[in-house]
Ligand binder design. Structure first.
Ligand code: GAL
Length: 354
């Protein structure tokens, strides 16, 4: 029930282009039921509609939360049949995922929801789906503007649901600016940091890397990048990178920026193993608001994160699919807001995501 309530509260922050009915903070079961019912399913054959979903890789913490909510919402709240929803693991292999998409086409699914392994494959995948007459909702990995402009120009039934990664990066930078010493722990007039990046093919990784630092420099803060290394969104890689960086740079490191929480949780293991103390002699920020990371903020062992609203995004993606099933057109880009998470609101966020 709690999850349902959260999704409603979060829905309220979604942009105007959504079909969502903004139910404000009315924490009653009745309101939750009403909002699910408020998605207009008239004209949709929910008993028989088939949906093909492929996730870039099941082994991704954040996309696992997203996938779980997507299937829950489609079945429990909207009433689609579990047996009519196929969910495939792209195994981080575009060729494998393209095969899955071809199988969806052969099976004649009514709509697809795709988290591409490589967003650069969007033009090819879009053309495959379009030729087969199957609408596609892309999630999480945003195709280029050139590609989404093409959908509009050519009247192709394709859309993207995601979150503006520049916002998450900016929030990370602000979280450091809001610390007592603005990130300059040793008082030498500059913030020395390491950056643990996700898969650099993703806009999320590119923009979080850029905008977290831009928030500091825009505020007139001098920065020094000691290291920038890709950790591919992976906890074990995050741990290794930060362990090596702490050996190489030691006390010089004042801030560890990670493009996501999984890598930041790995970083925290390395930081603690090196005898350093977060929020005392080093700062640590991530993105996603994984439960463990938010708990660490409550406990004071993590500086901040940014809630990547998988409830809002999963529900918006499902609602775009519904619109396509009804034969309606949808906007090409649909963004859901991020939420800054620091010691000020971590307990409250934890309550909502658990
Ligand atoms: C990001 C998320 C990462 C990872 C990535 C996959 O939005 O923050 O943790 O899941 O998507 O594309």
């Amino acid at each position: 029930m709690k999850k349902k309530l959260l999704s409603l509260l979060l829905s309220a922050v979604m942009v105007a282009s959504m079909v969502m009915v903004p139910v404000m903070a009315d924490e009653t079961e009745g309101a939750a039921e009403d909002a699910a019912a408020a998605v207009d399913l008239e004209g949709v054959d929910v008993e028989n509609a088939t949906i093909g979903i492929s996730i870039y890789q099941f082994a991704d913490n954040f996309m696992t939360l997203y996938r779980t909510e997507l299937v829950r919402y489609l079945t429990e709240d909207l009433g689609f049949k579990e047996e009519n929803i196929q969910v495939q693991d792209g195994k981080n292999d575009q060729a494998e995922q393209t095969n899955q998409i071809n199988n969806f086409i052969t099976a004649g699914v009514d709509v697809m929801i795709l988290n591409l392994v490589q967003s650069s494959s969007a033009p090819q995948v879009t053309d495959m789906c379009n030729e087969a007459g199957i609408p596609v909702v892309y999630i999480n990995r945003q195709p280029t503007t050139e590609e989404s402009d093409r959908w509009v120009a050519e009247g192709i039934k394709a859309t993207y649901v995601g979150a503006d990664a520049t916002q998450s990066g900016t929030y990370q930078g602000e979280e450091i600016l809001e610390t007592p010493n603005g990130g300059d722990i040793n008082g030498d007039g500059k913030v020395s940091y390491i950056m643990v990046q996700g898969d650099p093919e993703n806009i999320d990784a590119q923009q979080r890397t850029e905008y977290s630092i831009k928030a500091l420099t825009d505020a007139g803060v001098e920065v020094e990048e000691l290291l920038l290394q890709r950790g591919d969104w992976d906890q074990a890689k995050g741990q290794q990178i930060v362990q090596d960086a702490l050996t190489q740079f030691g006390d010089q490191i004042e801030v560890v920026f990670c493009n996501n929480d999984a890598m930041a949780l790995g970083a925290l293991q390395a930081i603690q193993a090196a005898g350093r103390t977060v929020n005392e002699d080093i700062y640590l920020v991530g993105v996603d608001a994984l439960t463990e990371a938010v708990q660490d903020i409550v406990d004071g062992t993590f500086t901040g994160t940014v809630f990547n609203d998988h409830f809002g995004q999963a529900q918006a993606a499902a609602q775009m699919a519904v619109k396509y099933l009804k034969g309606e057109d949808v906007d090409p880009i649909n963004m859901v807001d991020y939420v800054k998470v620091t010691a000020d609101n971590a307990a409250e966020i934890l309550e909502k995501i658990q």
